[in-house]
Design a protein around this ligand. Structure first.
Ligand SMILES: [Mg+2]
Length: 107
C-alpha cells in the first residue's frame, strides 16, 4: 500500500492537482463512474484478462487518489483496511438465489 500511495501522491504532485478540480470528490466520483463503466465493458464484452486488469488498476489508482486528495494518510488507510477486514471476516455467507451467495451482516 505504501508504495502505491507514494506513486499516486507523486502523480498528484507532478500534475499539480492540489486545490484543483482533480482533488474534488464530485469530480473524482465522475472519473470513478467512467472507469467503472470501462470495467463493465471489458467484462461484458469479453475484452480479456489484460483489459480487466487495466480497468481495475484505473479504479485502484482513483481510490488511492481519493485518499491522497482528502489528506488521509497511509497509516489511516492501513488501520481502516484492517478494521474492515476484521469485520468482513466475521460475516456470514448466505445463499440468495440458486448458487449465488452474499457475505454480509444480514441484520
Ligand atoms: Mg480505464
Amino acid at each position: 500500500m505504501k508504495k502505491y500511495y507514494k506513486a499516486i501522491s507523486d502523480f498528484h504532485k507532478k500534475f499539480k492537482m492540489k486545490n484543483t478540480n482533480n482533488e474534488e470528490m464530485t469530480f473524482r466520483l465522475n472519473l470513478m463512474t467512467e472507469e467503472l463503466g470501462e470495467l463493465a465493458q471489458a467484462v461484458t464484452k469479453g475484452k480479456g484478462r489484460e483489459a480487466i486488469i487495466e480497468e481495475n488498476i484505473d479504479l485502484l489508482n482513483l481510490v488511492i487518489g481519493n485518499f491522497v486528495s482528502l489528506g488521509i494518510s497511509v497509516k489511516e488507510v492501513d488501520e481502516a483496511f484492517w478494521k474492515k477486514h476484521g469485520e468482513i471476516m466475521g460475516r456470514k455467507k448466505r445463499l440468495i438465489s440458486g448458487e449465488n451467495f452474499r457475505i454480509s451482516d444480514f441484520k
